[in-house]
Ligand binder design. Sequence first.
Ligand SMILES: Cc1cc2nc3c(=O)[nH]c(=O)nc-3n(C[C@H](O)[C@H](O)[C@H](O)COP(=O)(O)OP(=O)(O)OC[C@H]3O[C@@H](n4cnc5c(N)ncnc54)[C@H](O)[C@@H]3O)c2cc1C
Length: 392
Amino acid sequence: MTNEDLRREVNDWLAAHWRAPGTIIQSMWETNAETRAWHTKVFEARWSVPSWPVEWFGRGLDDEQTNIVIEAFAQVGAPGTGQDRFNLPANTLLAAASDELKLTLIPGLLKKDITTCLLYSEPSAGSDLAGVRTRAERDGDRFIVNGQKVWTSGATVADYGMLICRTDWDVPKHSGLSFFFLPMKQAGVEVRPLRQITGEAHFNEVFFTDAVVPASHLVGGLNRGWRVLQTALAYERSSMGARARGSRHGAADDLVALARAAGRLDDPLLRQDIARTVALRRLNTLNNARAKAELEQGTSSSIMSLGKLAMSRILHEEARVRTAIIGVESLLAGETQPTADDVNFLALNAYFTSIGGGTDQIQKNIISERVLGLPREPELDRNIPFKQVRSG
Ligand SMILES: Cc1cc2nc3c(=O)[nH]c(=O)nc-3n(C[C@H](O)[C@H](O)[C@H](O)COP(=O)(O)OP(=O)(O)OC[C@H]3O[C@@H](n4cnc5c(N)ncnc54)[C@H](O)[C@@H]3O)c2cc1C
């Protein structure tokens, strides 16, 4: 098929099917009937993951052709395609799961019938994820899970949790981990919401008491979870480097519009600040495109850390410029002050990108060790059986 044929096919299909509906949710945690209906249409027409193989719900398109499909959807504002680049659970399954599990979960994930959360961090294992202590023990054709996770976004609504846990305590910490897709809606899983600085409660503590996960939901093999986690983290960092959440009222996303509305577009210092942040965003978009191309070719994922770190710094810098633009108005808050509310929300929410998915400091460690080739940090517990690792 030529590029022109493809462009015609996707545009014809969109013209026949896309009617901007009320609310389509773009989140891995939540869904609704309209979101499911539209994503099902996209899935059945094989536009969800254009570059994936034909036998796995895709069309086997190359990078250039995939961009044609993504651009056609973007032009009419239709979501649902390009999930081969950002759907974290689906991409993780495609890379590492058994065919049986792929068939069980991937269609639901692409159609937005199934939502997921990330069961990684624990009270004493955040940056050092290889130190998790939640355990899974084999019991016939299932595993029994006990332990606790924390900071789990979306756990109250998720159908499945992507769980990293310990299955062997006699080997060094990276070697005894396994990765599961754990059903969340069961008696052995208790979710307790945590309130955030933004006033929202996306975060949760999750407690497992004899929770059950079928052995068929193990991804990547027993005690091979660390590699699977690296794949999942690379997709997460890639999407956090490429995108950030917008404001609540849409009143402060665009710095130029914000400065114009505040009557400050003539201020030469603000103009310089705005130009710098716009340029940084553009540069980061280009860098991310390069990193994604490398990831698709199966090379290192370390470069994803650069994009995520850059996005974190850009968001904090934009927050500073927004606050300077509106000046003392930024002391106001609440629904009656949408501009100040948005400026403050975006400033607080910048910490999402600098902590979630691995902190800025951890991204710097990865860049220094794996991109720049600097010496590794000393790790005294790296090569001893995990059961001998001290904790307190
Ligand atoms: C908005 C948001 C959403 C999140 N969502 C999820 C989720 O859905 N699922 C999930 O599992 N987790 C989630 N997290 C948790 C997040 O991944 C952890 O908070 C993060 O990895 C840091 O772990 P920690 O909080 O235990 O801090 P710690 O690891 O205790 O770190 C504390 C401080 O020490 C620094 N530090 C630690 N080790 C090093 C080192 N080796 N070198 C230099 N500095 C170091 C850190 O940078 C940090 O500043 C989320 C966090 C946020 C903010």
